[in-house]
Design a protein around this ligand. Structure first.
Ligand code: AMP
Length: 393
């Protein structure tokens, strides 16, 4: 099905052709007509499914039909959890809207707010923001919510994980009640549904299969290893296999910094990306990683949200994540399109519960490869595939 059948005007379709987008993805096919028809929506969809365009395109389509608003006002508001995601979403709006007279801006904390205030005075149509900075600007009367017609909560599950619930509730309570509301989330957990109940009235619901647990172009494998040997094993893998690049996921920012210094002691240069670093540093590290100037990037799951790198060869799970969908989400960063990718996990006895949940979610065991020198003292048993965590029974 071509984009023209979804109710989008030619200037938007031309911008999509310039981006080499030929056909809509599944979520775009389902969400775009529903949003153009004026429905509220909640959608379970992860990064990599094309969800940004799924909400950006119909919003641009709606806004280009009407004149822009007054200064300090805007007509669409997108809330997103991280500075990186906010920047990427605003850039996507501007790319898809390249042939329209509409402007999207990114507002996030940790940078001077003066240019953001000036942009509001010059006139903007779409504000993409982290909840904290948006409220700061609101409290300083740099912006007003009275012309907001559309609200998007992007990566709602992550915003809740990051503790934004009170800020989001506060923002929602200040928006005009006559509005369209859209919520996108990797998972529709109880917490997300509670948020939706308050913010998104009578929504249409769309679920897109998680990006694709059964993808065959990703070589998934794991090595069992004792926890205290993980950094030595990772160094061994980097030094003995032809790895050009790897994005290495780790749970904590303290762990990320420690791993970088452990790798450095073994002569391996790596950088880390976590929420404790300044915006400028994070952006520069990310740009260098994308250009191939940094080969090994150690990132916490939260900081890595919104990183959009299409041709990533390899992800390494230094720790196994919880919940299992996060694993699927991480490995979905590699092997996009027709590219092949590799997802390697270092699994210690402590990771066993998470391993059971992940393998149950995938509905198959992940291939185990052994390296004799790193054989664990604490053996990791084979998972039970129908594992259900106790708390949820
Ligand atoms: P997202 O899920 O929004 O993070 O998008 C994932 C990636 O897919 C981004 O690099 C988009 O530029 C790309 N993308 C989104 N929609 C399409 C499409 N219809 N055709 C080709 N690429 C797309």
């Amino acid at each position: 099905m071509p984009f023209s059948r979804l109710g989008l005007d030619q200037p938007i379709i031309d911008a999509l052709s310039a981006q080499q987008y030929q056909t809509p993805t599944e979520i775009q096919r389902d969400a775009i007509p529903a949003i153009i028809a004026g429905n509220n929506l909640i959608a379970a969809a992860q990064t990599g499914t094309g969800k940004t365009a799924a909400f950006a395109l119909p919003i641009l389509q709606q806004l280009c039909q009407q004149p822009s608003g007054r200064k300090k006002r805007f007509r669409a508001l997108v809330l997103a959890p991280t500075r990186e995601l906010v920047s990427q979403v605003a850039a996507s709006f501007n790319r898809y809207g390249a042939n329209l007279a509409l402007k999207a801006v990114a507002f996030y904390g940790g940078v001077d707010s003066k240019p953001q205030k000036q942009a509001l005075l010059n006139g903007v149509d779409i504000v993409v923001a982290t909840p904290g900075r948006l409220m700061d600007l609101y409290q300083q009367r740099a912006l007003h919510f009275d012309e907001v017609q559309t609200l998007v909560l992007d990566e709602a599950d992550k915003m809740l994980d990051m503790g934004f619930i009170d800020k989001i509730d506060d923002i929602v309570s200040r928006l005009p009640s006559e509005r369209q509301s859209l919520l996108f989330s990797a998972t529709l957990s109880k917490k997300v549904r509670a948020l939706a109940k308050n913010a998104v009235e009578s929504p249409v619901e769309i679920r897109i299969a998680a990006k694709d647990a059964s993808k065959t172009n990703i070589d998934q494998w794991l090595i069992t290893v004792d926890k205290d040997k993980k950094s030595a094993l990772l160094s061994h893998l980097i030094q003995t296999t032809p790895w050009q690049q790897a994005l290495i996921f780790i749970e904590t920012k303290h762990g990320a910094a420690k791993l970088v210094s452990q790798l450095a002691k073994r002569g391996i240069e790596a950088e880390c990306l976590h929420s404790g670093r300044t915006q400028e540093i994070r952006e520069s590290i990310l740009a260098k990683f994308k250009q191939g100037k940094i080969n090994y990037l150690v990132a916490t799951g939260v900081a890595a949200r919104g990183i959009d790198i299409d041709d990533l060869d390899r992800v390494v799970n230094y720790d196994l994540p919880f919940p299992a969908d996060e694993y699927v989400h991480r490995i979905g960063r590699t092997g996009r399109g027709s590219a092949t990718g590799e997802a390697v996990s270092l699994v210690s006895k402590d990771d066993f519960k998470n391993l059971c949940m992940i393998e149950s979610r995938l509905n198959h065991l992940i291939e185990r490869r052994d390296i004799e020198a790193f054989a664990p003292r604490k053996v990791v048993p084979v998972s039970i595939l129908n594992y259900v965590p106790k708390a949820k029974r």
